[in-house]
Design a protein around this ligand. Structure first.
Ligand code: IPE
Ligand code: IPE
Ligand code: MG
Ligand code: MG
Ligand code: MG
Length: 294
């Protein structure tokens, strides 16, 4: 029997958690404290949306699930590192993440910085391993793609622009679109491209889908920041206004931000027509991204 969308997402989350648990054994390395902090940041809560997108985009091309899960776990390591560093006092200075104290609160700042660094570098070790794909050319493409998505051309670049925009009062729509497409969009783009890389297929059509959902995802994140509660969200709310963040909600207002997110979901779904009914799960994922409650 086919799983519901929620069941499919939960299944992927559980598989990703189990894999990360195996990849990060507590006693494997002498620096136990940083391993503990890595496990603290990577295991447990977390929607695992990016691994889910890797798995489902891989399924379009008949990629073995085990390989897709490894690429998804590598991407999740990068995502978790980005959260640990995003929460640091020098950045968003947050105390709550995924319903528990942020890594620098549970440990200390130095340990959190190191745990983030180690999660980032470990991601490439996971991708470079033969278990991810037997063809070294494929592994190289996975490594190069994630490095671009995570770095100055992607997430890190977006985080920098996000911080710089705090100081400005004249941010316009194109500035905000660029910030969002880098800080959040780049990892979503990689999540969808990874399936095509593993399947040795053309990643271009999925890139369009990913651009739409990546933007919709960050708009939804900004809406939840205004409309949700820390209890429901597992992280602080009302932060963007306090920090003076450049967001679509700030520039367009809530109603127009919601309209824009909904339009992006429709556009994302339209890009999937070339996959016919095989694109159904990714279409559900696009809807989930704006309907989610956390
Ligand atoms: C939060 O991402 C950070 C952003 C990019 C806005 P998620 O909402 O996917 O966080 P988790 O992984 O489920 O905790
Ligand atoms: C951060 O965006 C995106 C990352 C690269 C981590 P936010 O600062 O809005 O993410 P949250 O709201 O803290 O999860
Ligand atoms: Mg931030
Ligand atoms: Mg933040
Ligand atoms: Mg946010």
């Amino acid at each position: 029997m086919a799983l519901s969308f929620q069941e499919a997402l939960s299944r992927c989350a559980a598989e990703t958690d189990a894999l990360l648990d195996r990849l990060l054994p507590l006693d494997a390395f002498p620096a136990r404290r940083v391993t503990q902090a890595m496990r603290y940041a990577a295991l447990g809560q977390g929607k695992r949306l990016r691994p889910f997108l890797v798995v489902e985009s891989s399924a379009l091309f008949g990629v073995p699930r085990k390989r897709a899960l490894r690429a998804g776990a590598a991407l999740e390591c990068v995502h978790c590192y980005s959260l640990v560093h995003d929460d640091l006092p020098a950045m968003d200075d947050d105390d709550l993440r995924r319903g528990k104290p942020t890594a620098h609160r549970a440990f200390d700042e130095a340990t959190a910085i190191l745990a983030g660094d180690a999660l980032l570098t470990y991601a490439f070790d996971i991708l470079a391993d033969e278990a991810t794909h037997p063809d070294p050319h494929v592994r190289l493409k996975l490594v190069s793609g994630l490095s671009k998505a995570a770095g100055v051309a992607g997430m890190v670049g977006g985080q920098m622009l996000d911080i710089e925009a705090e100081a400005r009062i004249d941010s316009v729509l194109s500035d905000i679109s660029l910030i969002q497409s880098l800080k959040t969009g780049a990892l979503f783009r990689y999540a969808c491209e990874a399936g095509a890389i593993l399947g040795q297929a053309d990643p271009a059509p999925l890139r369009h889908y990913a651009d739409k959902i990546g933007l919709a995802f960050q708009i939804a994140d900004d809406i939840l920041d205004v409309e949700s509660t820390p209890e429901a969200l597992g992280k602080a709310t009302q932060k963007d206004r306090i920090m003076g963040k450049a967001t679509f909600v700030d520039l367009l207002g809530l109603a127009e931000a919601k309209r824009r997110a909904a339009a992006l979901v429709d556009e994302a779904i339209a890009t999937l027509t070339i996959y016919s009914e095989r694109g159904a799960v990714l279409a559900e994922a696009a809807k989930f991204i704006v309907q989610r409650r956390n």
